[in-house]
Design a protein around this ligand. Structure first.
Ligand code: AMP
Ligand code: GLY
Length: 421
């Protein structure tokens, strides 16, 4: 098999690395990839931007790619899957229409409400005044979300009326998120514990991935600004059998069925961000139309089945025959970011890494190679990931790995996994 992975983050390094473990997979290409994918056996980077669909299609045709796996949401929301399929190319991901589940918060919330799938109550607005009146009516805390893609930064949890009105003004008047913020969703603040519930879908059949949780806040104790994710682990102890059954029966199955019934069957990774209450009831905070980052890194360390084959089965509608085997050990990944992330930070700093083992691996995200030297090249730069006999052991091993990374400008949390311990 020949595989093409689209993207350049830690998620894409982990997806490509997993595929490359299997003998049937002859080569994996990553467009455009990072230093980690450049250095991996059987993996090659290709210099094509992840949003340059015509070039990606030409490449897939020339190289006779058997399956293309899309990492990030942006190419999905642009319609990369529709265009590949029009050319008869196998690709695993949702159509442009189905990717609206992530691409538009209003689309997602309207879909959930219409189909009676549990989620926070909400209303959407394009005008400031009615939006502020809604906040007055509901009170604080309340959550204000930009409608479109904002890289995880378009969500404000307002604890005071002033914070809420500032956020609304910023998004609707101040154009803070451009078009993404020309509509806002205002919704109920939910309490509980969050988990990431990720499944593969082929339009009809569902293959659940191992459970996981991430830490979205930058600082220890889940404090500080929201980020793309500072670490993650799998499995997630909070996903008990009851929570698992509730999620499959009340959230995932109804979503897949409703997408099909509404004429936009969902194919691809589907990631439900869940809020779980004390009684094990779940509500959808958001949908992502892709794998999570950094959830992918610990989950791929545990996946023993060939991901490329599973994605091919997903693309051709045969996930009912697919089995995903999981390493029973726990896995935990600590993100090492550039100091200053998620605001301004340095790039181009030299990094040297320890060797990988069967239980420990440093996945790259924002890195590049300059004459064999690894340089930092983004906000989230590495994810030190380890397997352990339980969560605590995985945590200990991941932090041992972090210590072996030589990079002066790094910032990382020292408590990844605490929610699960
Ligand atoms: P989202 O991009 O919608 O997942 O929001 C980012 C983060 O904001 C989530 O992971 C939650 O931590 C928090 N969040 C979003 N919506 C809510 C809500 N309705 N209640 C409480 N926290 C929320
Ligand atoms: N880790 C959160 C996300 O991938 O959206």
């Amino acid at each position: 098999m020949k595989v093409l992975v689209i993207g350049s983050g830690g998620r894409e390094h982990a997806l490509a690395w997993q595929c490359a473990q299997f003998e049937e997979v002859k080569q994996v290409f990553v467009a455009p990839g990072n230093a980690g994918t450049a250095l991996e056996k059987k993996i090659s980077n290709i210099d094509i931007d992840s949003e340059d669909t015509p070039k990606l299609i030409s490449f897939a045709k020339e190289e006779l790619i058997d399956i293309t796996i899309v990492g990030p949401e942006a190419p999905l929301v642009l319609g990369v899957v529709d265009e590949f399929k029009d050319q008869g190319l196998a690709i695993f991901g949702p159509s442009k229409q189905a990717a609206q589940l992530e691409g538009s918060k209003v689309f997602c919330k309207d879909f959930l409400e219409r189909n009676k799938i549990p989620t926070a109550y909400y209303k959407s607005f394009t005008e400031t005044k009615p939006a502020i009146n809604y906040v007055k009516e509901k009170g604080v805390p309340i959550v204000i979300k930009a409608d479109g893609l904002a890289a995880g930064k378009g969500v404000i949890i307002a604890n005071s009326f002033k914070e809420a009105t500032d956020a609304i003004n910023d998004m609707l008047e101040g154009n803070r998120f451009g078009d993404a913020g020309s509509r806002v969703v205002i919704e109920e603040y939910l309490e509980g514990e969050e988990a990431s519930f990720i499944v593969m879908v082929d339009g009809n059949n569902i293959l659940p991935m191992a459970t996981s949780q991430d830490h979205k806040a930058r600082d220890n104790g889940d404090k500080g600004p929201n980020t793309g994710g500072m670490g993650a682990y799998s499995p997630a102890p909070v996903v008990s059998d009851l929570v698992y059954t509730n999620t499959m029966e009340k959230v995932i199955r109804p979503t897949v069925d409703a997408m099909k019934n509404e004429g936009m069957p969902y194919t691809g990774f589907l990631y439900a961000g869940l809020m779980i209450d004390q009684n094990g009831n779940v509500k959808v905070l958001e949908y992502n139309c892709r794998f999570g980052d950094p959830e992918t890194q610990p989950i791929m360390m545990r996946l023993q089945s060939n991901l490329a084959k599973l994605c091919l089965m997903g693309a051709n509608g045969s996930l009912d025959k697919a089995v995903a085997n999981w390493d029973s050990r726990s896995s935990l990944g600590v993100v090492m970011a550039a100091d200053g992330y998620p605001y301004s930070y340095q790039k181009g700093e030299e990094i040297s890494l320890p060797a990988s083992s069967s239980t420990s691996k440093v996945f790259h995200a924002g890195t590049m190679l300059d004459n064999y030297q690894i340089l930092s090249n983004g906000g989230r730069v590495l994810c030190a990931t380890s397997l352990g006999k339980n969560l605590k052991d995985a945590q200990d091993k991941a932090y041992e790995l972090v210590k072996k990374v030589k990079w002066d400008g790094s910032y990382f949390r020292t408590d990844i996994g605490f929610k699960g311990l």
